[in-house]
Design a protein around this ligand. Structure first.
Ligand code: NDP
Ligand code: MG
Ligand code: MG
Length: 332
């Protein structure tokens, strides 16, 4: 069984007198910097350039500094910049400026697991990986809750890496929910698998395929949109609150019977074979290699994909239905 830690298992003590450099002020960076500060910790925001993040950090009451200046003062250095950027910033700004023995902390294991960053043996290297978007990490925290996270230790010369990982997890609110102990390998591989096959890729393509099937059969796109895309949130909300059992209780018997039989017919062995293939590609490092190459070519596939989706009939239909969706949202 997984080892789970909650608030009572974690103390801020091991990091309360340390200077914590949060590198990056985007999705996770902003949430972490704000939550850690509100938890009474000593945070400095380090950024590469005086762009949008810089302005936002100033608006939030931070005095951001350039990466190298944050790193020079820091006892704990947290990487919250894009995965593909981390190794360059590490090589050029972090490694040459860090105090000996400063901690290196990650929110995702990619750069360590695939050996893109090779940390000094004198540093503790650990991870706190929230299992939710940055905006939610902040929102739950301010409302007294917390997004669950995974914690892992890769290097532990001080012998205190896990205590510090738990302290960071407490500082961002994650232990209010609970954190699960894992390894960099398990977090990296499962995170990539989840986003590819389910959370980002799988769910989106499932909804799009269903939408397009209905439209090709001559049904109105607006009707198809409500049925195969918009209603997903309501169903997922029930799964989140009450599990699959609760969801199945909330739908009609007709939907239960159809769902239990046709679901398995559509998402069949063939699909699961492909999931295994996706997992293999992650585990072998082939996906990482491919992504690094894509990034180095200026991410043409991302650009093309985003453009295709933005212009798709699904998104056009959503734009037409936007007012209905907005008007219907709960008012309090
Ligand atoms: P973001 O894409 O939101 O990071 C944006 C930040 O990085 C901004 O401060 C931006 O500065 C800076 N930045 C962007 N490009 C560069 C660059 N080329 N050089 C220097 N700085 C740059 O990152 P995320 O928060 O999405 O991800 C951060 C880490 O958290 C990753 O390891 C990710 O895997 C992990 N993670 C992310 C989750 C999420 O919800 N997004 C969930 C769990 C983990 P500027 O404004 O100046 O461009
Ligand atoms: Mg994830
Ligand atoms: Mg991820």
């Amino acid at each position: 069984l997984a080892k789970i830690y909650t608030d009572q298992d974690a103390s801020l003590d091991p990091i309360k007198d340390k200077k914590i450099a949060v590198l990056g002020y985007g999705n996770q960076g902003r949430a972490w910097a704000l939550n850690l500060r509100d938890s009474g910790l000593n945070v400095i925001v380090g950024l590469e350039r005086e762009g949008n993040s810089w302005k936002q950090a100033v608006q939030d009451g931070f005095q951001p500094v350039h990466t190298e200046d944050a790193v020079k003062q820091a006892d704990i250095i947290i990487f919250l910049i894009p995965d593909m950027v981390q190794r360059y910033v590490y090589r050029e700004k972090v490694q040459p400026n860090m105090k000996e023995g400063a901690d290196l902390v990650f929110a995702h294991g990619f750069n360590i697991h695939y050996k893109l960053i090779d940390p000094p043996s004198t540093s503790d290297v650990y991870m706190v990986a929230p299992k939710g978007p940055g905006a939610t990490v902040r929102d739950f925290y301010t409302k007294g809750g917390g997004v669950p996270a995974l914690v892992a230790v890769q290097q532990n010369p001080s012998g205190k890496a896990m205590e510090k990982a738990l302290a960071i997890a407490k500082g961002i609110g994650a232990t209010r929910a609970g954190v699960i102990e894992t390894t960099f390998k398990e977090e990296t591989e499962t995170d990539l698998f989840g986003e590819q096959t389910t959370l980002v890729g799988g769910v989106m393509e499932l909804m799009r395929s269903a939408f397009r099937t209905l439209v090709e059969l001559g049904y109105q796109p607006e009707v198809a949109y409500f049925e195969t895309i918009n209603e997903m949130k309501m169903i997922v909300d029930i799964i989140y609150e009450k599990g699959f059992t609760g969801m199945l209780k909330a739908v009609s018997d007709t939907a239960k019977y159809g769902g239990l039989t046709v679901g398995k017919f559509v998402i069949n062995e063939e699909v699961r074979k492909r999931m295994l293939e996706a997992a293999e590609k992650i585990r072998s490092g082939k996906f990482a290699e491919e992504w690094i190459e894509e990034y180095n070519r200026g991410s043409p596939t991302i650009k093309e994909g985003l453009e295709e989706i933005e212009n798709s009939l699904e998104e056009q239909t959503r734009r037409r239905l936007k007012e209905i969706i907005e008007r219907g949202k709960p008012k309090s």
